[in-house]
Every structure is written in structure tokens, then in C-alpha cells.
Design a protein around this ligand. Structure first.
Ligand SMILES: C[S@@+](CC[C@H](N)C(=O)[O-])C[C@H]1O[C@@H](n2cnc3c(N)ncnc32)[C@H](O)[C@@H]1O
Length: 376
């Protein structure tokens, strides 16, 4: 096959893997070799078009996204920007590569149209339903409780990566759907600056990236994020054994992202392996416990009688004594029993105490049952 000039240069020039590149993402992407990325995850400016300050009922000001990087003079200038960065991104994708773009009603329809104009092939749009959205303080509109992700292959003929079984396993044996209930990033995961304020206004939850990366890449793939912010994509990619390249214009965000990623440990092969190819209360797949960081891949679980142990894997399955499968399957196999309730059988250790993993499921249920947390 005859190679283009860019492809010949790509072969000659090493990629800046696991680095955060400074500068405008369009210029930086145009300087990277063609057809070199397996996946692009993009969380571009939303172009929120805020009109004045927003206050809560107690008159405190809402910490809205009013940063200069989110401001465009008109829809036309936002569209021109979208056109340019998407074209730069598409050039970088391998023929079988794919892109994810996340956005809100302010921008996602404009971005979606341009994705189709440029020849990408949309596979799904995913609704990220926030289990703890910010209320609508004025009571003049619906609570804005979701964002939309578009997943598209480079072209209609792309043989894109889709780890169906791993996603099914993450969802405890049930086919993964296109509506994802995940909380916004808060608590210990939310990065703070020296003054204790949010380091970035739109830090995405790691759970969202966990699902994207497990589902649409393989270990060793290269994931590019041209709007890197605090480096959520890089942090999850590194943990899951993928390589990343981040691009971010703001020095302060790069510093935060570098510190964050330097503290992440890459998982070992056992924990990275994913599955190839279960009420009246809301069903919580064990995978959600992993996605939310309540337990980490690689962590060990212990049977209630302490006779058996198993290791948690990134897709929410377990491996113990060479037996792989769901929390229920591995428990049943190790006990030689026809069935087992993994939620009550398996325990994790904290400060010398054995705690049933069912506690974590109950925490998630409590959160889903109507808790509307404070705006982040
Ligand atoms: C919506 S935020 C991404 C947040 C990120 N997903 C996270 O979890 O932290 C968009 C980021 O893109 C950066 N940005 C905006 N325009 C850019 C450009 N033209 N080139 C590079 N970075 C840009 C902003 O500084 C901001 O940090």
C-alpha cells in the first residue's frame, strides 16, 4: 500500500505518548502525524452564552462556567471553531478509529451536524443522566439533568472497536444501554486549587471515561483528548493501560492534570483483562461500584468465611483461583454451590475490618433515590 507523506512522517516520528501538550488544540493536532490515534475523546467548550449572574434562593452566586475559554462572539464563530477542530481530529484518526464528543443542549446539536458533514459515522448518542444534577433555581425551566455524548467512527466503513461483552459484564450481564446514570464529579474526586475552590469548572467524572475507554478501546491503544482540562481522560486511560495524549491551552489546568496523572497507578494484567465473549429495588450492576471508584480494579475481595479471595477487574468481573466471572458466578464456583449472592458473599477490607460489598450498592441506591446534592 502506498503511504501518504503524513503516514511516512508518522512512521518516522515517535508520538508524544502520555504527555500533555501546551497550546491551541487545532494547531497542535495539525502538527501530529496523520492516522495515528485509536480514539479521540473531546469535551469542547460548551458556548454557554450566559446572560448575567445566576443566584440560588439564599442569594449565593452560582459558580457557573463563565471562563474566557468558553466564550464565542456568535454561533457562526463557534461553528467555524467546531469545523476546524473536528477536521483536525478526523485527520489524526486511524481508519478504524472513533471519536466521542460530550456536550450540552447549548452546543451538542451544532457539533453533531458537523460530525455528519465531515463524514464521520455516528454509532450512538448516549444520554449521561446525572444522578445529582444542579436544581433549576428560578423554576422557569426543567432541571437540566443530562448531557449528551456522540460516539462516531471515522467513516461508515471503519471497523471500530466495541467491547460488547466487557460492557455487558460492567453492567452485570445485561446489554449496556445508551442511557448512563452517573453522578457529576464531586466529593473526593473533585480536584481543588490552593484556595480550596474547584480547580476546573467542568471536570468530568472518571466513571464516564471508564465506560468509554473500557467499551471502545483496547489496552495499548492511543487516546487523544484535545480539551484536556484536569486530565480525566489521561487519568483513566493510564489506570486502564492505554496511552494518552492531552492538549490543553491553560497552564493552570495542565499543572493540575500533570499532578493528578502522576499519582495514578497502571493496573496489572490480571485486573486489566476484560470479558470477551442480574428486584424490586433499582438494579445496581457491580460494575458501577468500580466505575465510581468505590472499589479499585486490582483490589482483593474476601468470602464471608474468609476461605476464598478474588481480584476485582476493570470491567466489574472477578478472578479468583483461575475462575473468572461476575461476583455471583465466582462466589458460586469457589463454594461449589449452584448459585451465590455475590453482594452478600464478598467483602472488602478497610482498616482491618471486613465490609460486605452490599454496603456500596446501598450507597448508590440511596443516591439514586431522590438525593439532589448541592450544585457543584
Ligand atoms: C469542557 S473543558 C474539559 C474538561 C475536562 N474534560 C476535564 O475533565 O477536566 C474544556 C477545556 O478545553 C480547553 N480549551 C478550550 N479551547 C481550547 C483550544 N482551542 N485548545 C486547547 N484547549 C482548549 C479549556 O481550557 C478547558 O480546560
Amino acid at each position: 500500500m502506498i503511504k501518504t507523506k503524513d503516514q511516512r512522517m508518522a512512521a518516522a516520528r515517535p508520538l508524544p505518548l502520555n504527555q500533555i501538550l501546551a497550546g491551541d488544540c487545532i494547531a497542535v493536532m495539525n502538527a501530529l502525524p496523520e492516522a495515528s490515534m485509536d480514539l479521540i475523546f473531546a469535551d469542547p467548550p460548551y458556548n454557554l452564552q450566559l446572560r448575567g449572574d445566576l443566584h440560588r434562593p439564599d442569594n449565593s452566586k452560582v459558580d457557573a462556567v463563565d471562563d474566557h475559554w468558553d466564550q464565542f462572539s456568535s454561533f457562526a464563530s463557534y461553528d467555524a471553531f467546531t469545523r476546524d477542530w473536528l477536521a483536525a481530529a478526523r485527520r489524526l484518526l486511524k481508519p478504524n478509529g472513533a471519536i466521542w464528543v460530550v456536550g450540552s443542549y447549548h452546543n451538542i446539536f451544532r457539533v453533531g451536524a458537523e460530525i455528519q458533514n465531515q463524514g464521520f459515522w455516528i454509532m450512538n448518542d448516549v444520554i449521561w443522566r446525572k444522578s445529582n444534577p444542579m436544581p433549576n433555581f428560578r423554576g422557569k425551566r426543567l432541571t437540566n439533568a443530562h448531557e449528551t455524548l456522540i460516539w462516531a467512527a471515522k467513516s461508515e466503513s471503519s471497523k471500530y472497536t466495541f467491547n460488547y461483552e466487557a460492557l455487558k459484564s460492567l453492567n452485570e450481564g445485561t446489554q449496556m444501554r445508551s442511557d448512563w446514570v452517573i453522578p457529576i464529579c464531586n466529593g473526593g474526586e473533585r480536584l481543588k486549587d490552593a484556595a480550596g475552590d474547584k480547580a476546573h469548572p467542568t471536570q468530568k467524572p472518571e466513571a464516564l471515561l471508564h465506560r468509554v475507554i473500557i467499551g471502545t478501546t483496547n489496552p495499548g491503544d492511543v487516546v487523544l483528548d484535545p480539551f484536556f482540562g484536569t486530565g480525566t481522560t489521561g487519568a483513566v486511560a493510564k489506570m486502564l493501560g492505554r496511552d494518552f495524549i492531552g492538549i490543553e491551552r491553560e497552564g493552570a489546568y495542565r499543572t493540575v492534570a500533570e499532578r493528578r496523572i502522576s499519582r495514578i497507578r497502571r493496573l496489572d494484567a490480571d485486573a486489566l483483562a476484560t470479558t470477551r465473549a442480574k428486584r424490586s429495588e433499582p438494579r445496581i450492576p457491580f460494575g458501577q461500584v468500580i466505575e465510581r471508584g468505590m472499589l479499585r480494579p486490582g483490589e482483593e475481595l474476601y468470602s464471608m468465611n474468609n476461605r476464598h479471595k478474588a481480584k476485582v477487574r476493570a470491567d466489574g468481573s472477578l478472578i479468583g483461583n483461575d475462575v473468572k466471572g461476575s461476583i455471583h458466578q465466582v462466589g458460586a464456583a469457589l463454594e461449589g454451590a449452584p448459585s451465590c449472592n455475590g453482594w452478600t458473599y464478598w467483602h472488602y477490607r478497610r482498616e482491618g475490618r471486613m465490609i460486605p460489598i452490599d454496603i456500596l450498592r446501598q450507597q448508590i441506591r440511596a443516591e439514586m433515590e431522590g438525593e439532589v446534592s448541592r450544585p457543584n
